[in-house]
Write a protein that binds this ligand. Structure first.
Ligand code: ZN
Length: 151
């Protein structure tokens, strides 16, 4: 069998196939959409421009890769042997920066949650987790006054 697709078309097909295992952030976004949540992405006006922001609930979500953000799990603990000191220092900087962002957001009254990449492997567990999160961080009572005009 010869290859019937011209290169451009083939790469589009490959992309579609590859899209089946989505990026972690996309996985979370899709689950939130299924749950009927409305959100904004990467709000640059907030500390650390959180990946997913639900302003009505004052809820900011970060979707983090376990390795890069030093998660306390098997994947997060897997530091390459080569240049180990470099990786340890780099990840420690990321962890410190994440903690600072979280503190800044919390100081502004945001509820901050991190969804870890490893949590996304169990698709059946993700949706209940998000549902619980949405229920816990319900819309604040008596907040917005006048107009209600939000982006
Ligand atoms: Zn993890």
């Amino acid at each position: 069998m010869t290859d019937v697709y011209p290169p451009a078309k083939r790469s589009a097909v490959m992309r579609r196939v590859k899209g089946r295992d989505t990026t972690p952030e996309l996985t979370v976004r899709r689950a939130l959409t299924r749950l009927g949540a409305r959100y904004r992405l990467h709000r640059k006006d907030l500390p650390g421009s959180p990946d997913i922001v639900m302003a009505g609930r004052r809820l900011a979500l970060f979707v983090h890769g376990c390795f890069w953000h030093g998660h306390d799990c098997a994947r997060g603990a897997r530091i390459p042997k080569a240049n180990r000191d470099y990786w340890v220092a780099k990840i420690a900087r990321n962890v410190a920066r994440d903690a600072k962002r979280r503190a800044e957001l919390e100081a502004q009254g945001w509820w901050v949650e991190t969804i870890w990449e490893c949590e996304l492997r169990d698709a059946a567990a993700l949706e209940p987790r998000l549902r619980h999160l949405l229920a816990s961080a319900g819309p604040r009572a008596g907040g917005a006054s006048g107009g209600g005009q939000s982006g």
